[in-house]
Ligand binder design. Structure first.
Ligand SMILES: [Zn+2]
Length: 281
């Protein structure tokens, strides 16, 4: 019995771990089922939520995200456009300033042409050259004059330093022929001819304009120019009443390109280029 019971005990002892294992296995199966059920529920819920969102007709809900994105993009875009417009304006201002600087260069007996000044020339007519940048304005002015039955010609455009020197030498010789000593002849000549290195003709921005002598007289041409040249960016550079400032006697034929804005101001305020630059600088 004892044996039996002991065998029985042994058996019971033997079966105990098996039972435990079975219980554990059952528990694990339940846990697995439970987790599976949870997963299925989660998936179902997620699917239903997805369908719910998709079938939601609320336009705000539908557009919410894109709207935020759009508005963000729009805001950024607006900022970007505003910035780029501001930058463009700055650049334009800058470009304007840079673009007008060349035509506002001051050259007179006190301000020599900068060393190494370069000019790109183009022929206007009859072998007379000018800075190519002023060609369109000069052409337009001549065409407008023609429409008013005024016929000007460019008597003198660009001059090299040598050409300017030759003009000076000729003028000095003229005075010497009249009996003036060289020094006095030179002083007198300088009233008429700019000292080489100080002539606007060497810039290609100054032009002497006369009448063609056939259809118009000098008086008609000078008068038309003095009243209309500013509309094309040109100024009468040496008026009689500004001689003490410009250092040059009255020259009703000498016109200088300064750009539309400056020309209009100079004309309206009856000032010369020196006065204009003093005001704006
Ligand atoms: Zn001149």
């Amino acid at each position: 019995m004892k044996e039996y019971s002991s065998n029985d005990d042994i058996n019971r002892h033997k079966h105990k771990p098996r039972k435990k294992l079975r219980r554990k296995a059952r528990l694990l199966r339940r846990i697995r089922l439970f987790l599976l059920a949870l997963l299925v529920c989660y998936c179902l819920a997620a699917t239903m939520l997805g369908f719910g969102l998709l079938s939601n007709n609320d336009p705000v809900g539908e557009d919410k995200q894109p709207k935020i994105l759009n508005s963000a993009v729009e805001t950024n875009d607006t900022d970007f456009h505003a910035d780029s417009i501001a930058n463009e304006e700055n650049n334009l201002d800058k470009t304007d300033a840079e673009e007008t600087a060349w035509c506002l260069i001051l050259v007179n007996k006190w301000n020599r042409i900068p060393d190494g000044y370069e000019v790109e020339l183009t022929e206007f007519a009859d072998g007379q050259c000018i800075d190519k940048r002023i060609y369109p304005a000069l052409r337009e002015m001549f065409d407008a004059a023609g429409s008013d039955n005024i016929y000007p010609v460019v008597a003198s455009g660009y001059r090299t330093t040598q050409k300017q020197q030759n003009l000076m030498d000729e003028k000095i010789a003229e005075y010497q022929a009249e009996g003036y000593a060289f020094e006095e002849a030179t002083t007198k000549a300088e009233e008429w001819v700019a000292i080489p290195g100080t002539s606007e003709h060497q810039l290609g921005l100054g032009v002497d304009i006369n009448a063609d002598g056939i259809h118009s007289t000098g008086k008609e041409v000078y008068e038309w120019l003095s009243q209309n040249s500013y509309k094309f960016g040109f100024i009468r550079r040496y008026p009689a009443h500004k001689t003490d400032i410009t250092g040059v006697i009255n020259e009703p034929w000498h016109y200088r390109y300064v750009g539309m804005e400056a020309a209009e101001d100079i004309y309206n305020q009856d000032i010369c280029l020196e006065e204009y630059l003093n005001k704006t600088n």
